[in-house]
Design a protein around this ligand. Structure first.
Ligand SMILES: Cc1cc2nc3c(=O)[nH]c(=O)nc-3n(C[C@H](O)[C@H](O)[C@H](O)COP(=O)(O)OP(=O)(O)OC[C@H]3O[C@@H](n4cnc5c(N)ncnc54)[C@H](O)[C@@H]3O)c2cc1C
Length: 312
């Protein structure tokens, strides 16, 4: 049974809601506050502005649950184009890319889908390495965790710099962190953005936070490179205290936050000497991403509902 922690995430699966919302222009306030634009040029522009503020970036070409090969290949092309542009502008030292396997073939209904996603991911990893940067595999809902970690293991044989993502809300995550906290292993820790069943995930926010702290301890005490992805001020403070308790020098871990969320805090941490990376999503397929962000911030809902009503 899906956990109704976030009814909006359930509503988001309705194709009527998707049709209505997807026709909003990207320039409309609520979309623009989370997504800087739909093309490579606007993504690169956003990165350049972040770099001017002392931040680094990870870019996500939006798309997920892609059901056909042409669209999956188009997504790979978009990443290659982005990496070329970043390289031309000398930005790859400051920017890596985040990739969802379901956008590059994992969700194609065919027995060979895993192979398509793996080959596509390899193509992006190769281009990223040639451009002097890295890839992180985003984590999607719990039905994909094992497959994503299996692809990660394969990729890391040739591209050990490939980053993983662990979602603290899942019961399994502390054990996954243990397995991944080895030298050279880049691991992003987030709370988790999907509506998950209680059989596999903590339902209560306090339990998710406790799990987040347990995972933080494993990653910060370990040998890898933790990427602490949260906007939660308590988690940020706890992470900083744990980093110092475990003797972590600055630069041996980083904070990550999403584009448009707590931008002043991102700059403040960077000004204090912390490494801070902003996750920059861009592209035309912003619907799923926007709905997850709205579900996290109920205060946005009234504003969002008004913009929808004005369209009907
Ligand atoms: C860099 C990065 C990468 C991520 N990658 C993944 C991934 O691969 N897979 C995945 O499942 N999830 C991912 N997430 C999302 C993550 O799992 C959470 O859903 C999201 O970060 C909200 O959790 P939080 O830790 O910020 O804490 P919360 O307790 O949700 O929020 C703490 C505070 O942050 C602010 N805030 C949080 N969300 C919003 C919002 N939408 N709008 C405005 N303010 C907000 C509010 O002030 C809030 O009180 C990622 C998050 C980040 C920052």
């Amino acid at each position: 049974m899906p956990l109704l922690r976030d009814p909006l995430l359930v509503l988001a699966r309705s194709s009527r809601v998707k049709r209505l919302v997807s026709t909003m222009p990207v320039s409309s306030g609520i979309v623009r506050s989370y997504v800087p634009g739909e093309d490579t040029a606007s993504a690169v522009l956003a990165v350049a502005a972040l770099v001017d503020d002392g931040l680094t970036a990870t870019l996500d070409y939006l798309g997920e649950d892609t059901r056909d090969r042409t669209q999956a290949d188009g997504c790979v092309e978009a990443y290659l184009d982005l990496l070329r542009e970043l390289s031309l502008r000398g930005l790859t030292r400051h920017a890596e890319v985040s990739v969802k396997l379901s956008a590059i073939g994992q969700a194609i209904p065919d027995a060979g889908a895993g192979k398509v996603a793996l080959e596509n991911a390899r193509t992006i990893c190769r281009a990223a390495r040639n451009a002097g940067t890295t890839v992180t595999l985003d984590m999607e809902d719990h039905t994909t965790t094992d497959r994503t970690l299996a692809v990660l293991r394969e990729l890391r044989q040739d591209f050990p710099e490939t980053g993983a993502v662990i979602q603290a809300m899942l019961h399994r995550s502390e054990a996954d962190c243990r397995a991944l906290a080895h030298e050279g292993s880049r691991v992003r820790l987030c709370k988790g953005a999907y509506a998950e069943p209680t059989e596999v995930a903590f339902a209560d926010g306090v339990e998710v936070d406790k799990s987040y702290v347990r995972c933080l301890k494993v990653l910060l005490a370990g040998q890898g490179y933790p990427m602490i992805a949260t906007h939660d001020p308590r988690m940020v403070d706890i992470a900083a205290a744990l980093a110092s308790r475990y003797g972590r020098a600055r630069g041996t871990y980083e904070f990550q936050m999403l584009f448009g969320i707590r931008p002043e805090e991102q700059k403040r941490l960077a000004a204090e000497g912390e490494s801070v990376r902003t996750y920059v999503p861009y592209g035309e397929e912003w619907y799923g991403y926007l709905m997850r962000r709205l579900a996290e911030k109920p205060a946005n809902l009234a504003f969002f509902a008004r913009s929808l009503v004005s369209k009907t």
